[in-house]
Design a protein around this ligand. Structure first.
Ligand code: GTP
Length: 273
């Protein structure tokens, strides 16, 4: 089909994560249906590729299949690559807000009901599991993930009446499993949960310290709850606290080198479309 013809109607999967996690490498691998080495560089703009999964329940989805050549019908979707660099991240978060149908601080009074809102099927948050043992990398990754999860949590609150928007699941793809320094997925999960707990404490304290007068206590309390990720008032954050609003799964894999590869991520995506 002609490129672009179906763009307005295709479901999308948004690829987020810090710089260097491997987002562009993943897009390139999936687009080429195999590991042909390609040099990636810092992504500067949001960029989408059209991919497809086979609608064949009898066998597991395989990203290497050439669906144009096969008889099976396929579901097309857009995989949206975003810049991970801190200075360019605004573009990634803007896209998330837009796709999730959540107003940004800049357009608070406008009802941001974009047509794209219903098309966001899933978020893949790529993290470099080999770098997460480093505290700076862990803090930076968790801070970004916090922002992402908060948008998706707020999204569920934006439904009018009894109609809540469908929740958007998040895959934390713990990449670079080929490297011996890579943390296993269970540790990636617990490290992120611990760091997200810390960030939540720091942010809520910052809000309380921001000099809100006592007469504003109710308003401040509401604001605080809005920006609180997970179960309000708890000391420890766990992904489980979000399960009613955002289902989060952590799965290890690798895009280059020897290891489990990306099959489990692909199956996860196929399942969410
Ligand atoms: P930005 O564009 O800055 O947001 O980064 P990105 O997330 O798109 O990262 P990119 O795909 O450019 O990958 C960064 C580096 O990590 C590249 O040198 C990749 O070759 C490398 N890389 C990606 N995946 C893996 C992996 O599974 N294992 C190893 N060892 N290296 C990887």
């Amino acid at each position: 089909i002609a490129r672009g013809s179906g763009y307005a109607t295709l479901p999308s999967v948004l690829l987020l994560g810090p710089s260097g996690a491997g987002k562009t490498s993943l897009v390139t691998l999936l687009e080429r249906r195999g590991p042909r080495p390609s040099q990636t560089h810092t992504t500067q703009v949001v960029h989408s590729v059209e991919l497809a999964v086979a609608d064949d329940p009898s066998k597991p989805p395989n990203y290497r299949d050439d669906l144009d050549q096969s008889e099976s019908t396929a579901s097309k979707f857009l995989l949206v690559d975003t810049p991970g660099h801190g200075k360019l991240r605004g573009a990634a978060l803007d896209r998330l807000h837009r796709l999730a149908g959540v107003a940004t601080a800049g357009d608070k009074n406008k009802k941001s009901k974009s047509k794209e809102a219903s098309k966001l099927k899933a978020v893949v948050f790529l993290a470099d599991a080999a770098a997460l043992a480093d505290q700076d990398e862990l803090s930076a990754t968790a801070a970004y993930l916090y922002d992402v999860l908060l948008v998706l949590q707020k999204r569920i609150g934006t439904g009018t009446g009894s109609r809540h928007p469908a929740s958007v699941p998040v895959l934390v793809a713990a990449n670079k499993a080929d490297l011996f320094t890579a943390l296993p997925p269970a540790l990636v999960k617990s490290h992120l949960e611990a760091e997200l707990s810390r960030i939540r404490r720091t942010r809520s304290k910052a809000l309380l310290d921001s000099g809100v007068g006592t007469e504003d206590v109710d308003a401040a309390g509401a604001g605080e709850q809005d920006d609180w990720l997970g179960e309000f008032g708890t000391d420890k954050f766990t992904f489980d606290q979000l399960k009613e609003v955002v289902e989060v799964e952590v799965i290890g894999g690798n895009i280059v080198g020897e290891g489990p590869g990306v099959d489990k991520w692909w199956a996860w995506i196929a399942d969410k479309l």
